[in-house]
Design a protein around this ligand. Structure first.
Ligand code: Q46
Ligand code: ZN
Length: 314
């Protein structure tokens, strides 16, 4: 099959756009989708200092590469969760990418080690506080990314969530009518108060398959295996359901998530009042100073429980 834009051989068929691209037209398409996302949602400019959350997987490394190729000032933060082989492998990939691609472009890689800073690997921490590993992990990653972004004066924090991630999350939130989460499902969340970094998702227009093809064709070496803790996660079930719908009816994921965004945009006054509501409910955590709606923030509460559990076991 031929590329729809040039005479080259197509390497990827894209039924949702009823098209097919060769290597260089696919590269251009993917970068262009990221650029459109950045512009449409006024995510950042070339003057801003950007912090990319990288995990070593295809999405975050591809995102970092594209931002650098598009001329943005993008550093990255990697959180080493201390999950034996998986963390070692993914850290290796991130460090190699930084050395070969990012540092030559003038970018920096920052690393946060959970074992050193929080005193134990993510699985051990979760056992100590009697919480599921992924929710412990989520609390730590959110906290550390925000802390680094704010303390080091980054203008915006960027994550590699793609169309599959966002459509699956939307499906989960709609199935349970979690309206509070629905209001925060857009690709750009403003820095609602002092101490909260702006967060954006420039890959929301691209599917996992398109990003994987881009990564392979552009020789981005990423960790292929999933985090071992992801097994059995609800998100994977939602993704699977959406993939089945997509193969029956190409474009379903896009229509679902983009349709939601269009509706949200029309209801913008609600989201503005939402950020006002956030502001009035938030105050600095007395222990760490990060904004929280509770007495003490979730991270500090969790770390308090970790030290209690450690003391009682000695
Ligand atoms: S990294 Fe962390 Fe994910 Fe691994 S422990 Fe769960 S939440 S599955 S994005
Ligand atoms: Zn705190």
């Amino acid at each position: 099959m031929r590329c729809r834009k040039c005479p080259q051989r197509a390497v990827l068929q894209m039924p949702r756009h009823n098209t097919a691209f060769c290597r260089s037209c696919l590269t251009e398409f993917v970068r262009n989708q990221v650029y459109r996302a950045i512009k449409k949602h006024k995510m950042f400019t070339t003057q801003d200092r950007i912090l990319v959350a990288v995990s070593g997987g295809k999405d975050s490394l591809t995102l970092w590469e594209i931002l650098l190729k598009l001329g943005y000032r993008a550093d990255a933060l990697y959180v080493d969760l201390g999950i034996e082989r998986y963390s070692e492998l993914s850290r290796e990939k991130v460090e190699r990418f930084a050395k070969e691609v990012a540092i030559p472009c003038g970018a920096k890689l920052l690393v946060h080690h959970v074992k050193e800073q929080e005193g134990a690997g993510i699985r051990e921490l979760a056992t100590l506080v009697h919480r599921p590993t992924c929710s412990t992990c989520g609390t730590i990653k959110r906290y550390q990314f925000n802390r680094v972004a704010v303390e080091r004066d980054y203008d915006v924090m960027v994550t590699g969530h793609n169309l599959d991630d966002e459509a699956a999350r939307l499906l989960g939130n709609v199935l349970r009518w979690q309206e509070e989460y629905l209001q925060k499902q857009g690709p750009s969340l403003p820095a609602s108060v002092e101490g909260f970094a702006k967060k954006v998702k420039p890959l929301y227009r691209l599917t996992e398959r398109e990003i994987a093809a881009y990564a392979v064709l552009n020789r981005i070496d990423y960790v292929v295996e999933e985090c071992p803790m992801a097994k059995g996660a609800k998100m994977l079930v939602y993704k699977d359901v959406l993939n089945r719908l997509e193969s029956e009816s190409p474009g379903t994921k896009q229509a679902f998530y983009w349709g939601f965004l269009e509706r949200e945009e029309k209801a913008r006054p609600t989201s503005l009042s939402m950020s006002e509501a956030d502001q009035s409910a938030l105050h600095p955590c007395p222990t760490c100073g990060q904004p929280t709606t509770a007495n003490v923030c979730t991270y500090c509460k969790m770390m308090g429980r970790v030290s209690e559990a450690k003391t009682s076991s000695t």
